[in-house]
Write a protein that binds this ligand. Structure first.
Ligand SMILES: NC(=O)c1ccc[n+]([C@@H]2O[C@H](COP(=O)([O-])OP(=O)(O)OC[C@H]3O[C@@H](n4cnc5c(N)ncnc54)[C@H](OP(=O)(O)O)[C@@H]3O)[C@@H](O)[C@H]2O)c1
Length: 172
């Protein structure tokens, strides 16, 4: 069996950890989409079936990346992507193609990926989303903020920054 990929996770969260509303992202931040592409291009991306469903047809599969969709439905059809039955299977499949894979959502997949990932790339958005229905996982003490990013402001006047977290190495 091929070695499993190392796993990173990438998401954007607003105040209070909001990441989604009504099956979509509750903001328009083109700079974050460009950042997402820079980070993930060339690597496999792993997503839950609902996140795949949320991508507009013209954007899926995401180009330049192997797309892996996790679903319990073995008959689910995601043209241009591979459908797998679990996150673990996705990580194994990704390992055959590349050394680093990225979980790209949504809430269920981020929670499942937390114990497996060694890197988090988080866009922290200074925005209130009172009616959010999907939330980022908590980042526990096993994680170190290795890059807090600099404060940035989008063309749409939303303030944000790009953080990078690494899992604290276990000391011996
Ligand atoms: N802000 C961000 O960075 C960001 C990024 C991505 C997504 N989002 C948002 O997040 C929301 C979607 O997140 P979500 O939590 O509702 O759904 P999700 O994590 O995208 O997908 C959930 C689906 O994945 C499959 N799944 C989950 N756990 C599984 C397991 N253990 N084994 C097999 N299959 C499993 C199931 O598919 P089946 O039902 O087919 O079995 C489940 O319904 C949307 O609003 C989206 O816009 C935000």
């Amino acid at each position: 069996m091929a070695a499993a990929a190392r796993l990173g996770m990438i998401w954007a969260e607003a105040i209070g950890g909001a990441i989604g509303r009504d099956g979509d992202m509750p903001w328009h931040l083109p700079e974050d989409l460009a950042h997402f592409k820079r980070v993930t291009i060339g690597a496999p991306v792993i997503m839950g079936r609902r996140t795949w469903d949320s991508l507009p047809g013209r954007f899926r599969p995401l180009p330049g990346r192997a797309n892996l969709v996790v679903s319990r439905d073995p008959a689910y059809d995601a043209p241009g992507a591979a459908v797998v039955a679990s996150l673990e299977e996705a990580v194994e499949r990704a390992g055959a193609a590349d050394a680093r894979a990225w979980v790209m959502g949504g809430g269920q997949l981020y929670r499942a990926g937390m114990p497996l990932a060694d890197e988090l790339v988080v866009t922290r958005i200074d925005l209130e989303v009172p009616d959010a229905d999907t939330f980022a996982p908590g980042i526990g003490p096993e994680w170190t903020l290795v890059d807090p990013g600099e404060p940035l402001e989008s063309r749409s006047a939303i303030r944000y920054r790009f953080e990078r977290w690494e899992r604290v190495p276990v000391s011996v």
